[in-house]
Design a protein around this ligand. Structure first.
Ligand code: ATP
Ligand code: MG
Length: 118
């Protein structure tokens, strides 16, 4: 049985954009253009006990968003995620007692330090 299961996960972010141009700052105080960003569309995968995996993709592909959903930090708009029998964003406290996420990049993380120590 898989310990990690994601099925049809989707996530959209809504951001407000300031109008462009020289008067953008002023106009932006009154009108904001709403924009939606489809960060994840229909993401499904499963990982079994003992499997060691990498999750790769170009900048903005949705890697961090997926991991945030798996860590219970974000709630997806659609889809299911079960990790060790729990839905991360529904049973967050119990979930984070068994799982951790380390975010950072090469200037923030110590290269020689293993993930567990970090
Ligand atoms: N909080 C947020 N608000 C608005 N848009 C967001 C937010 N977080 C992520 N996005 C957008 O969602 C998409 C996926 O971003 P994400 O950070 O998951 O990608 P990534 O694969 O981790 O990229 P990178 O390799 O740069 O770390 C991008 O278009 C990003 O701009
Ligand atoms: Mg990222």
């Amino acid at each position: 049985m898989s310990q990690i299961e994601l099925q049809g996960i989707g996530k959209t972010f809504r951001i407000s954009k300031r109008p462009e141009g020289r008067m953008g700052v002023l106009k932006g105080a009154f009108v904001r253009e709403a924009k939606t960003i489809a960060a994840l569309k229909d993401i499904s995968f499963s990982i079994k006990e003992g499997e060691l995996v990498g999750y790769i993709g170009p900048n903005g592909a949705g890697k961090s968003t997926t991991v945030k959903i798996m860590g219970g930090i974000l709630t997806p708009d659609e889809g299911d995620c079960t990790i060790l029998g729990r839905t991360p964003w529904k049973n967050r406290q119990a979930h984070v007692s068994r799982i951790g996420v380390v975010f950072g990049q090469r200037s923030q993380l110590w290269w020689d330090l293993p993930v567990t120590d970090t």
